[in-house]
Design a protein around this ligand. Structure first.
Ligand code: ZN
Length: 73
């Protein structure tokens, strides 16, 4: 017999706030890196509501562009 419970294990992540392992991670932030792959930040169900909304990727991108290309007229 196969153990269905083993196969059905969902994603397991560590909560960024309380450092507990959770099987129901909630994505609270996406970190984008220009020099490498970005990573996602997860919180457990209990902590997730305490986080502000994830920053808009476009906002981060715009900030980066503004830093790089100052164009004063
Ligand atoms: Zn937590």
């Amino acid at each position: 017999m196969t153990k269905d419970a083993d196969r059905r294990r969902g994603p397991v992540r560590m909560c960024v706030r309380c450092d507990r392992i959770t099987t129901e991670p909630v994505l609270v932030s996406e970190v984008h890196s220009a020099s490498g792959p970005g990573f996602n930040v997860y919180a457990c169900i209990g902590c997730a509501p305490l986080f502000p909304r994830p920053p808009d990727a476009l906002d981060l991108l715009a900030t980066g562009l503004r830093d790089r290309g100052e164009d004063e007229h």
